[in-house]
Write a protein that binds this ligand. Structure first.
Ligand code: PMP
Length: 459
């Protein structure tokens, strides 16, 4: 047996693959990725792919940034582990916190570290609950999230996630987590409804939900500036302005999930900057370290921190934290990542190449299989449809997004099928030429699937 076959067999025998059709995996086995270079990865047969999704929306600096490797090695040699419990600290975690606060929205002033986006949002939920107990409003605990929103998979963050597959058979969501509309005009507009009217209807619905539940029971609202895993949904003009007015009116905290949007993705440092959001709590992960090591952060306002800290006499220690909060190697890599963003002016680079990315993306709207193309900065998606006029999606048995994804991969580009859409989220260091390479392959893949569908309709 070759070593490749052996690895494949061992994988199928031993691993539970996240977000994988476990039945299919038994038959098909894994695609094993062997190495990375710039925005490309190579599988174990030596085939090269342009990583059009930055892995899982995360490797913003590509796959071979030496500075991150060196930052990790240096810290490994100096102090490979220490924690932040019980007033212990370490220099990379301290320096990272200063750096993060330097670039973050201004009213955020304290940082709690963890390892993943899910944990960062889980902590956000717990902080909302703790805070409302601390200010003597113990009934103000419900959290409103949105359908199609993605906030993670732990019991609390999986409950916030507004996708059916994350709830089905997992006994989620837990109580006190509610979902309001997804701001997708394409999917949600009523016949003849203008985008403005659609937006206003969603804002009214949010207010009605708060009134129905009782504003005194609603503690927070959570949103991604641009929904990612829900299909790359860019909110319509005026949406967040209206939402924030409602939140202020009823004294509801705003948690902004920047796990995908953070660090340049939308063309500004944060989605908060792009959409003028004023978060009370903000979660970041993924591009925080370009995903070279796992690290996430929940950032909170001074007002929230003060109320929590005031409880010290009553509760003793603040009893939250994980073994790896502020892990020095992860923090050192994250610090170096942000230095690279600043020194290389990653935001300016995104602003320079994103118009070309968006131009190629929007040109796909005329493809017979595409109902809508949408995006901002260096994130986007095309929605696949069998009928542009009615926007009718393909039946799930057609597996349209999987077919497109697989055809595009044959042409050396990885994109991700999500429901009836194809998502794109390349490393932020992508060049104009590489953007063309990405879209040329995507177009070829789409054309082949179209040809296939037309052939099977004739036969
Ligand atoms: N929030 C958002 C917006 C995400 O996209 C993700 C992951 N895709 C998460 C939270 C959860 O992050 P993790 O997978 O690191 O737990």
């Amino acid at each position: 047996m070759s070593s490749e076959t052996l690895s494949s067999t061992t994988d199928v025998k031993n691993l539970v693959h996240p977000y994988t059709n476990l039945g299919d995996h038994l038959n098909k086995g894994p695609m094993i990725i062997d190495r990375g270079e710039g925005i490309y990865i190579y599988d174990n047969h030596g085939k090269r792919y342009l990583e059009g999704m930055s892995g899982l929306w995360c490797t913003s600096l590509g796959f071979s940034e030496e500075r991150l490797v060196n930052a990790a090695i240096a810290q490994f040699k100096k102090l490979p582990y220490y924690h932040l419990f019980n007033s212990r600290s370490n220099t990379p975690a301290i320096e990272l916190s200063a750096k993060l606060l330097e670039i973050a929205p201004k009213n955020l002033s304290k940082i709690l570290y963890a390892n993943s986006g899910s944990e960062a949002n889980d902590a956000a939920v717990k902080l909302v609950w703790f805070y409302h107990n601390a200010i003597g409003k113990p009934e103000k605990k419900k959290i409103i999230s949105r359908l199609r929103g993605y906030h993670g998979v732990t019991v609390a963050s999986g409950s916030l996630t507004g996708l059916p597959a994350n709830h089905l058979h997992f006994d989620l969501p837990i109580d006190r987590i509610l979902h309001t509309d997804c701001p997708s005009y394409y999917h949600g507009a009523e016949s003849g409804e203008s985008e403005e009217a659609f937006t206003q209807r969603l804002i009214n619905n949010l207010e009605q939900l708060i009134l129905k539940e009782g504003p005194e029971t609603v503690g927070a609202f959570i949103a991604e500036p641009v929904m990612g895993a829900g299909g790359v949904i860019v909110p319509p003009e005026g949406y967040f302005e209206g939402v924030q007015k409602v939140l202020k009116k009823y004294d509801i905290l705003f948690i902004v999930d920047e796990v995908i949007c953070g660090f340049g993705r939308t063309g500004m440092m944060f989605g908060c900057d792009t959409f003028n959001l004023q978060p009370d709590i903000m979660s970041v992960a993924k591009a925080l370290s370009s995903s070279y090591l796992p690290i996430s952060a929940t950032m909170i306002s001074q007002a929230i921190y003060d109320k929590i800290a005031e409880q010290s006499d009553e509760v003793g220690v603040f009893a939250h934290g994980v073994t790896y909060s502020g892990h020095p190697i992860c923090a050192a890599v994250a610090l170096e990542t942000i230095k690279i963003y600043q020194e290389d002016n990653i935001v300016a680079h995104v602003q320079e190449v994103a118009p070309h990315f968006q131009k190629r993306l929007h040109a796909l709207a005329s493809h017979p299989l595409v109902g809508e193309s949408r995006g901002i900065g260096l994130i986007g998606a095309i929605e696949l449809t069998q009928d542009k006029a009615s926007k009718k999606p393909f039946d799930s048995s057609v597996k349209i997004e999987k077919r497109v994804q697989e055809n595009v991969a044959k042409h050396g580009v990885l994109v991700r099928g999500i429901r009836n859409a194809i998502a794109l989220c390349p490393p932020l260091i992508i060049t104009i030429e590489q953007i063309d390479e990405l879209f040329d392959s995507l177009e070829k893949g789409l054309d082949e699937v179209l040809e296939d569908i037309e052939k099977s309709a004739v036969s």
